[in-house]
Write a protein that binds this ligand. Structure first.
Ligand code: AMP
Ligand code: MN
Ligand code: MN
Ligand code: MN
Length: 277
């Protein structure tokens, strides 16, 4: 049977719109055979996703998308095939939970200076998760008519350099990769072309990533053009990384990004899923 991989997706356990159950069902409907649920800094959706995956005969890959800091820049590391019961992983997640909670409170305080009151409390009360992201704030601002689009919330309040932006020190790259390896996972650099780095910074980052045991890079993501695919492929081959494919699906409302609707991985790179079997 043909296999269709989608190795990057979000549920209500972080900033996705669908419950883990609904996400798995949608993936199945779209013909995905192997789905990784990779919520931001949490594994709390995996158990529910696994129950549904078993029912519909879909292979669930236990994942998480870690936020980490390297040279004062934020990177997202998708971690695949982790053991969700690993103690080191759970400690790392606990630490990210407190970073996110503190940050969310600070974002809320900054919004209050702009006369936008009670964002954090309101978000927490309305969410199925405690792992609060800027997407939650964007939704809050949209719902309460402070902005007219999600993007507008980032452009006006939440983006870098905007009034409610909070500079955040996540876990280090070293600690993040340590944690992933301890949990038996495979580390993949998420959406490499979204960091807007120069080629020389990208090479410095990838040198560090490789040195700490990073193994893969997303080549095909939800919204990338052929030029971005070509550039990512070039870096991946230069650093001898495996290639991954993931939509980064968050919501059915985004008509441009759909589970399992992805270009095939170019044939001249080894697929990351070779490492799973
Ligand atoms: P955080 O990790 O809390 O900084 O939140 C990052 C999340 O916000 C990303 O995973 C996206 O889902 C979303 N996001 C970041 N930048 C934008 C943007 N410019 N427009 C819409 N969503 C964004
Ligand atoms: Mn997100
Ligand atoms: Mn990301
Ligand atoms: Mn993501």
């Amino acid at each position: 049977m043909e296999q269709t991989y989608d190795l990057h997706s979000h549920s209500t356990a972080s900033d996705g719109e669908l419950s883990p159950e609904a996400l798995v069902l949608r993936a199945k409907d779209n013909g995905v055979s192997h789905l990784a649920l990779t919520d931001h800094d949490t594994i709390s959706g995996l158990a529910e996703a696994q129950i549904t995956a078993d029912k519909v005969d879909l292979t669930l890959i236990n994942g998480i998308e870690f936020s980490c800091s390297w040279n004062k820049k934020t990177f997202h590391i998708v971690s695949l095939n982790i053991d969700p019961s690993n103690a080191k992983l759970l400690t790392g997640i606990e630490s990210l939970q407190s970073i996110r909670t503190e940050r969310a409170k600070k974002i809320s305080q900054k919004l209050e200076k702009k006369q936008i009151m009670g964002a954090y409390e309101s978000i927490l009360a309305a969410s199925a998760t405690t792992m609060i992201t800027r997407s939650h704030f964007a939704d809050f601002l949209l719902k309460n008519n402070y902005v007219t689009t999600q993007q507008g919330a980032f452009d006006t309040y939440l983006g870098q350099g905007k009034p409610a932006f909070v500079n955040t020190e996540w876990a280090s790259l070293e600690d993040t990769l340590h944690c992933i390896k301890a949990a038996g996972g495979v580390a993949v650099l998420a959406h490499p072309m979204r960091y807007k780095m120069t080629a020389s910074w990208m090479r410095r980052f990838l040198t560090a990533f490789k040195a700490e045991g990073g193994l893969g890079m997303e080549i095909i993501t939800g919204r990338n053009n052929p030029d971005e695919v070509r550039r990512a492929l070039h870096f991946a081959k230069q650093f001898d990384l495996y290639g991954s494919v993931g939509s980064d699906f968050h919501s059915p409302k985004n008509k441009w990004v759909e589970l399992g609707r992805l270009a095939p991985l170019p044939i001249n790179i080894q697929p990351i899923w070779q490492l799973f079997h």
